[in-house]
Design a protein around this ligand. Structure first.
Ligand code: KIV
Ligand code: ZN
Length: 510
């Protein structure tokens, strides 16, 4: 049995199904490029039949991202498979992933098909996909609530038709580790032809067991893990890539040296990119990529760490891409020092104009803040990179409030190049400012989430605000960074509205 684990990343497909995680085409390209740098084997780039936008994004990723397999998802019908092929046909290494549900509840209520009809649909789907491409994955949706012998029967049929990977999804996150390992073993022992294909697992985290279930399956022979960055995904999410990869590296004694080809130092940069683009932040105590994952607070731990790191650290922060924070850049550092630091922080390919914009923000920040750290620089760079073309540009704002809770605000924006201003009152300064902006923009979107973080400790810390706005059926995220939390909120709100404006104009054009 091979000791290489294939990493199938579905951040751009299952991950994007998280509420509010919708990404623009350019953002998907950015994530896909970083996933290739991270060293994943397969990028599930989307579900091309779902929408023309999904198809266009999968197609562009297939054309632009090289050195990695690009996969498109398809239900077990010809139209979906044709769309998936259209999406991946230009990839260096294309894959079609087709699926159908196999549990009694899904077959009866969702598909309204008999088990025989489901097997026939799976056969026809795999055969059709194989007429396009030699790399075909077949998944039995809701496998963990399916009859085991039925699973073996449908997998054998898919293999007979030419499937090269057989995926066992725990679609609703129902399995427990021992039970899941037994299921994988049963399938291995009772499915004709299984030795010719790769066994894959795809776990959801509804009971917080996705990583444990994935690792249990790897221990008995699964050699492809379907994962997302930060565990993003439907409901409670999918298995987190970073957790599986680092468990395999850290516990080679248990997993027998089964390893992926992932470049572990790229884990944290990838996590941060996905957080920035989706606006979905991981909790501070999240394994591997949370802000506190390597912070040692208790005196007894700090003492132990100073004597020998391994007393309280099972892997080094550097091994997953955390950098020790270095001080100090000031306004006397100049452009050269600033752009050298940008390079060190992983932003080596920014245009001259972009560096100049960032430098101006950095200088303004130096006037407001005693010490500017790497974290401050990363925060302004990430905010700048998340910007979409701006229909609404902030030119000025003012707000005041009193103990009666009432607040008054004034805002000046450039709206499509024309300077406009408005005032409003509200329940607190941020509410009043958002209302004044709504007047200028001429629409109101529901504030679905509002989140404030300090970039660094200290009284003069920059505040980082993330918002999600629900505008009709879509949710847009925005992010703003400033030493004044109210200004950061206005910036975040405008970024989300600019994203909404971009999408509506794209919809009108297409
Ligand atoms: O969770 C699931 O069953 C899926 C399939 C499409 C593999 O995402
Ligand atoms: Zn899934």
């Amino acid at each position: 049995m091979s000791d290489r684990l294939i990493i199938f990343d579905t951040t751009l497909r299952d991950g994007e199904q998280s509420p509010g995680a919708t990404m623009t085409e350019d953002e998907k390209i950015e994530v896909a490029r970083q996933l290739a740098r991270l060293g994943v084997d397969i990028i599930e780039a989307g579900f091309p039949a779902a929408s023309p936008g999904d198809l266009a994004a999968v197609k562009r990723i297939s054309q632009e991202i090289k050195g990695v397999t690009i996969c498109g998802l398809a239900r077990a019908n010809f139209a979906d498979i044709d769309a998936a092929w259209e999406g991946v046909r230009d990839a260096e290494q294309p894959r079609i992933h087709t699926f159908i549900a196999t549990s009694p509840i899904h077959m009866e209520y969702k598909l309204r098909k008999t088990p025989d009809e489901v097997v026939e649909a799976a056969r026809a789907a795999v055969r059709h996909a194989r007429s396009y491409v030699s790399d075909v994955e077949f998944s039995a949706e809701d496998a963990t609530r399916s009859d085991r012998d039925f699973l073996c029967r449908i997998f054998a049929a898919a293999i007979e038709e030419g499937a090269t990977t057989i995926n066992i999804p725990d679609t609703v996150g129902y399995a427990t580790p021992q039970e899941f390992a037994e299921l994988v073993r049963y399938i291995q022992e009772h499915t004709p032809g299984i030795e010719k294909v790769t066994i894959s697992v795809h776990c959801h985290n509804d009971l917080g067991l996705a990583t444990a279930n994935t690792l249990a399956a790897i221990q008995v022979g699964a050699r492809q893990a379907e994962v997302t960055i930060n565990g993003l995904g439907e409901r409670a999410g999918n298995t987190a890539l970073e957790e599986v990869v680092m468990a395999l590296h850290t516990r080679k004694d248990i997993y027998g040296g089964v390893l992926p080809r992932v470049v572990t130092e790229q884990i944290v940069p990838t996590s941060k990119l996905v957080q920035r683009i989706t606006g979905i932040h991981v909790q501070p105590n999240k394994a591997i990529v949370g802000a506190n994952a390597f912070a040692h607070e208790a005196g007894i731990h700090q003492d132990g760490m100073l004597k020998h790191r391994a007393t309280y650290e099972i892997m080094t922060p550097q091994s997953v891409g955390w950098e020790a924070s270095r001080l100090v850049l000031g306004k006397h550092s100049g452009r050269a020092g600033f752009s050298a630091r940008l390079k060190e922080l992983g932003y080596g390919d920014l245009s001259r104009e972009r560096i100049e914009e960032l430098y101006q923000r950095f200088i303004a920040l130096c006037d407001r803040k005693k010490t500017v750290t790497d974290a401050d620089i990363v925060a302004i760079v990430e905010e700048q990179l998340a910007q979409v073309p701006e229909q609404y540009v902030l030119k000025g704002w003012r707000a005041h409030s009193g103990s009666d809770g009432r607040a008054e605000a004034w805002v000046k924006l450039l709206v499509n190049g024309v300077e406009r201003e408005a005032s409003a009152s509200g329940n607190g300064q941020i509410d009043a400012l958002f209302k004044a902006i709504d007047r200028l923009v001429g629409r109101h979107c529901e504030l679905a989430s509002f989140h404030v973080d300090a970039v660094t400790p200290g009284e003069d810390a920059q505040g980082e605000v993330s918002v999600h706005l629900r505008c009709g059926d879509h949710v847009y995220n925005g992010r703003g960074v400033a030493t004044d939390v109210i200004e950061a909120s206005v910036r975040a709100y405008l970024m989300a509205l600019n994203r909404a404006a971009l999408t509506s104009s794209a919809e009108v054009v297409s």
